[in-house]
Design a protein around this ligand. Structure first.
Ligand code: PEP
Ligand code: MG
Length: 763
């Protein structure tokens, strides 16, 4: 339905028909919010009077449907008419229906409408029905948003004259930009962005400039319109096929999240209004390529003029699509320019299609104007292990193709045509860094053993499939923390048990002969699933998050536990539960795991019944009760990222309090020591998987405190390994004993720095 939606109304009609059939409901209706954000209007229905479509409206403060929007949450009622918010619309004929299930639809947290299912007989809706309909609601929201995007262009015909004028003006601007670039050429300049992948790179640049190719002048063909139309039809079909292919390729190379954008591309390629506009120009004797260029540029300008940054970013998608169609018309299959020599890739942003088609082997480093740590550029650069800096505002305006550039992926600095002294300095840094990396690479296959023979296991924190490659390259001894929420975030609905099982198997395949620790879903706080209806909370980090959610949503929890145990048949894995605050929770979890095992056994499914069950210590209450928890846990892992924020009352994402958020605070160090001691007396393994583990000096201290496993982002493993291999356990224990006597963060930092220097640890 989604991929073949030519028209919003047709799609909504099809959806209500399909949902009511599948849910055996007498009624399924979709209400959308008008632009005023307050009026809900019936847009499609199966079951209510057809004539009421478009005419039934209500304020969000009225009726049960309004209640869904107001509360931003599911309303499920066995007998709707008894509810004080029930509002009867005579024209709808809905008095016959008793039960009511309403699910909100969101666009990036703002409600866009409601999908409602009604049954004639009073009945209560099961959690599975609610989660299924929530998934559907999420899909509809994306269709509505895309359709609105296209509509916003259709409806702006009166603005057309203005936009066309702007379009005319754009060409001289492009020329001016080029002139400005050459004036700026050779001038040194420096920028700072966000460092997202470490290392240094120097070289010529490859400018991924999407604007000029699409706007470049196109020589008109002289073919008659019918032939041009035929060429266009073939090219659109080819572009659609290419888009499906790219989606598959990106999903395989990176993640499904990266691939999801191609759904939107397909919708645009199928959109009647878009195609009609191109046809219109072809009929007016434009060649097909010129016609595509005109229409796409018109759309791009319309998107770029929008104030909403999300909508603005759609202009890049339009450009991507336009280039794809013109390439198909030209018979040019290599849609991306080839990177024939090793250079630095610079772009406003890296698009999904770039990931699918660029030859990334010749990319020395990546810099983008937009983006953050989770942008496409950051993800690819980390998976390729090349330096990258993102969010470098205004960079493209100051660049010309002749420029030379230095990327410092450690500090986020960018130098264009650097002066000699900076070049020399970076040559030295780069040489040192490369030598160090080479030395460290030599360590990849050796274990981290102190000089007096104590082994510390160094494992990888993973979330994306691409992390597996980095884990192996850096010599990780397994996956110490697999954040399972990542694949959930990349989807448009809860993956079912089979899908999860496939993902988990793929992760286990990536660590042959090694152990992977699966952490159950840790959502809430700052991590949301777009399709999971989360209540608005004043204090989400203290709210309904992680295990707290899934002890309520047992259906989802049990599916995940089953999927992990099935994928683990014959392999080594552990299951770890986040945000544990006390023994009762752990006992309840153990009972649920036993239920899942019984169900799997009864169903005759092969699974691993002996997967160890462990807990994360992230809440101060868990530190205090560690000896009690340790009696019921098979292992413990300390999550310092959260433990620090809860112990020191300093939000981990709030820059204003970053001075308070300090792993060296004695409260944190004593907590870790206490937990390590509790694990030792219970004779269970203890690890630490917060960011703290990736700092070589902290690693030394942690080893000295009795933490025998450290799990971290893979690139840090060689550095920590070098620190561990270069010291003795006796020295580490002395460091720990001394540090535990100190009373302030700065004293601890200074002590560790000195100890590091003495022991020859380079950070
Ligand atoms: C932690 O809190 O330390 C941790 C490892 O979990 P996350 O960063 O995913 O919250
Ligand atoms: Mg945590």
């Amino acid at each position: 339905l989604i991929l073949h939606s030519h028209d919003l109304q047709e799609t909504l009609d099809n959806i209500v028909a399909l949902v009511s059939k599948r849910m055996n409901s007498e009624v399924c209706s979709i209400y959308l919010l008008d632009d005023d954000g307050e009026t809900l209007r019936l847009h499609a229905t199966k079951g209510l009077a057809r004539a009421s479509v478009g005419s039934i409206t209500m304020n969000v403060s009225e009726g049960l449907t309004g209640l869904v929007v107001e509360q931003r949450s599911v309303v499920s009622l066995e007998n709707a008419q008894e509810h004080p918010r029930y509002k009867y619309f005579k024209e709808s004929g809905e008095e016959r229906y008793h039960s009511f299930l309403g699910i909100p639809m969101f666009e990036r947290k703002s409600p866009v409408g409601v999908i409602v299912v009604q049954h004639r007989d009073p009945r209560s809706y099961t959690p599975t029905e609610i989660s299924t309909l929530s998934t559907i609601a999420y899909q509809i929201a994306s269709i509505v948003i895309n359709a609105k995007l296209l509509d916003s262009i259709r409806c702006k015909d009166e603005e057309r004259a203005r936009l066309e004028q702007q379009l005319k003006k754009m060409h001289p601007v492009d020329v001016a930009l080029t002139a400005e670039k050459s004036a700026a050429a050779d001038k040194p300049a420096a920028f700072v962005g966000t460092a997202v992948s470490p290392g240094f790179a120097t070289g010529g640049i490859y400018l991924l400039n999407r604007r000029n190719p699409l706007r470049a002048s196109i020589v008109e063909t002289a073919l008659p319109p019918e032939e041009e139309l035929h060429r266009l039809t073939m090219a659109l079909e080819k572009a659609r096929i290419q888009t499906i292919y790219m989606e598959k390729r990106v999903a395989e190379r990176l993640s499904e999240e990266d691939a999801a954008i191609f759904h939107t591309h397909l919708m645009i390629l199928e959109d009647r209004g878009f195609i009609a506009k191109i046809h219109d120009l072809v009929a007016r004797e434009f060649g097909a390529a010129r016609a595509v260029q005109e229409v796409v540029c018109h759309y791009i300008d319309a998107f770029s003029n929008m104030t909403d940054p999300y909508l603005q970013s759609r202009s890049a998608d339009m450009e991507d699509i336009g280039r794809r169609i013109i390439d198909a018309l030209d018979g040019n299959d290599a849609a991306a320019p080839q990177l024939l020599e090793k250079r630095l890739l610079v772009a406003a942003e890296i698009l999904p299609s770039d990931l699918a088609i660029l030859d990334l082997d010749n990319v020395l480093g990546i810099v983008t104007e937009r983006g953050d740590v989770n942008s496409h550029a950051a993800i690819i650069s980390r998976s390729l292990g090349i330096p990258a800096v993102v969010g470098v505002d205004g960079l493209l305006r100051s660049l010309s193709l002749k420029d030379e550039m230095i990327i410092d992926g450690n500090s986020g600095h960018i130098y264009i045509n650097p002066v000699k002294s900076i070049k020399v300095e970076y040559e030295r840094l780069n040489k040192d860094y490369s030598t160090r990396r080479e030395e460290l690479e030599g360590l990849a296959s050796t274990p981290a053993i102190t000089r007096d023979g104590y082994r510390i296991s160094l494992k990888a924190n993973i979330g994306l499939i691409s992390d597996i490659r980095m884990a192996a390259a850096n010599g990780a001894e397994g996956g110490g923390l697999y954040r399972t929420e990542f694949p959930f975030m990349a989807r448009r609905q809860f993956p079912d048990r089979n899908e999860q099982q496939l993902i988990y198997s793929r992760i286990l395949d990536g660590f042959p002969g090694q152990q992977v620790t699966f952490r159950t879903l840790d959502i809430g706080g700052d991590k949301a699933l777009p399709y999971f209806d989360h209540p608005q909370e004043d204090n989400p980090f203290m709210g309904w998050r992680a295990i707290r959610i899934f002890l309520e949503r047992r259906d989802i929890f049990k599916d995940q536990l089953a999927a992990i145990m099935i994928a683990s048949a014959g392999r080594s894995s552990r299951i770890m539960f986040p945000m544990i605050s006390g023994v009762d929770e752990l006992l309840l979890i153990r009972a649920i795991v036993d239920e899942v095992k019984d169900e799997l056994t009864a169903a005759g499914v092969q699974f691993n019944p002996a997967v160890p069950l462990g807990i994360m210590i992230e809440i101060p209450a868990a530190v205090q009760t560690a000896p009690l928890l340790a009696k019921h846990a098979d292992f413990i892992s300390i999550g310092t990222n959260d433990l620090i924020q809860y112990t020191l009352a300093a939000d981990r994402n709030n820059a204003k309090v970053k001075n308070y958020y300090n792993p060296y605070h004695p409260a944190i160090l004593h907590s870790i020591r206490q937990v390590a001691a509790a694990a030792a007396s219970a004779k269970i393994p203890v690890s630490l998987c917060g960011e703290m583990a990736s700092d070589p000096l902290s690693a030394l201290l942690l080893a000295g405190m009795g933490i025998s496993e450290l799990s971290m982002a893979s690139p840090a493993i060689p550095f920590v390994k070098q620190a561990i291999c270069g010291t003795t356990m006796a020295a580490a224990q002395k460091v720990a004993a001394d540090v535990l006597q100190l009373s302030g963060c700065e004293e601890v930092a200074a002590y560790l720095k000195d100890a590091g220097l003495e022991l020859g640890i380079v950070c």
